[in-house]
Design a protein around this ligand. Structure first.
Ligand SMILES: NC(=O)c1ccc[n+]([C@@H]2O[C@H](COP(=O)([O-])OP(=O)(O)OC[C@H]3O[C@@H](n4cnc5c(N)ncnc54)[C@H](OP(=O)(O)O)[C@@H]3O)[C@@H](O)[C@H]2O)c1
Length: 275
């Protein structure tokens, strides 16, 4: 690949939500392959796993910078991209991954605490969907995208199989999917690629936050029965696949929702009829 004049000396991954779970695993994986430096954004609630991620990235010989902010606002996106530009220089972001988790669960018509009222709806959409656009806009405005950059949102299977209290998550992810498709059209002519990676349940702090240990055990047992492979997917498997998506051979994916669920929902009817 030709080096673009004025491009930063190294290539960086900008990972929103790099201190934990999927984002941390992706940061570690892309530092190893293809060898990206990492600028991670988080709010500081996971200092231990954030430090482990930094250590792992540096162990791979790459630079790691953790930047602390609530990433869900346009102001944070502009300030974060400015901080990254000072560190990395222009046209240095090869990969942008949106891996923040901050959604409300509940019911639209419930009374009391379970109700998904307007403030929770706005907050969930800001975090899970709109922030993808804010960061993409800031990256383009600051001329930060490297040649053939990849922008990646993350999706779950709750678009095809619904859990009773996750309507707001599904709705915000549906918005994210449309943002991905439209950005793919806007950035495609410039050589960049924008996709959504859909993967099945993996054990991360986000899940542990939502479910009790007993519910998590039931969840794992159910997934083991559901998956044709007879086990849950791991966060490392998802992360290694992102290393593949950064590669030149994956350059034709654009505006795609890439199904990495391992066939998780294929046997649902079978399991209902033959429990
Ligand atoms: N886990 C799954 O089974 C699964 C399956 C499919 C898709 N996904 C998607 O993968 C993404 C990551 O989920 P996860 O399970 O890996 O979550 P996680 O382990 O809770 O990690 C979330 C990360 O995002 C950061 N974060 C959250 N809100 C933030 C905010 N407003 N500003 C800045 N940083 C913020 C967290 O750190 P701080 O809290 O310190 O900010 C943390 O680093 C989500 O988009 C989720 O929908 C997850």
């Amino acid at each position: 690949m030709e080096e673009d004049e004025g491009a930063g000396a190294s290539r960086w991954a900008l990972v929103l939500g790099a201190s934990s779970g999927t984002g941390a695993a992706i940061a570690e994986a892309v530092a190893r392959r293809p060898g990206l430096d990492v600028f991670g954004v988080h709010r500081g609630r996971y200092p231990d796993s954030g430090a482990r991620m930094e250590q792992s990235v540096r162990g791979a010989g790459r630079r790691a910078v953790l930047w602390q902010a609530d990433a869900s606002t346009p102001e944070a996106a502009e300030a974060g991209v400015e901080a990254l530009r000072r560190e990395a220089g222009p046209r240095s972001v090869k990969l942008f991954v949106h891996s923040i988790a901050g959604a409300s669960v509940g019911h639209f018509l419930a009374a009391g605490e379970d109700r998904l009222h307007a403030r929770r709806i706005r907050r969930t959409f800001d975090t899970m969907a709109h922030s993808f656009i804010y960061w993409a806009q800031a990256l383009v405005a600051a001329d930060m995208l490297a040649p053939e950059a990849r922008l990646l949102g993350l999706q779950n299977p709750l678009d095809v199989t619904h859990l009773h209290n996750t309507g707001l998550i599904s709705a915000s992810k549906a918005a994210l999917e449309m943002y991905v498709q439209h950005l793919a059209m806007e950035l495609g002519p410039l050589g960049h690629r924008v996709n959504l990676l859909k993967f099945a349940t993996v054990m991360t702090p986000a899940l542990r936050h939502v479910y009790s240990p007993e519910a998590l055990a039931r969840l794992e047992a159910a997934h083991t029965r559901m998956h044709p492979a007879g086990r849950m997917c791991t966060v490392e498997e998802v992360a290694r696949f992102v290393s593949v998506l950064v590669g030149d051979d994956a350059a034709w994916f654009n505006g795609a929702t890439i199904d990495f669920t391992g066939g998780m929902t294929l046997r649902l009817m079978d399991l209902v009829l033959n429990p």
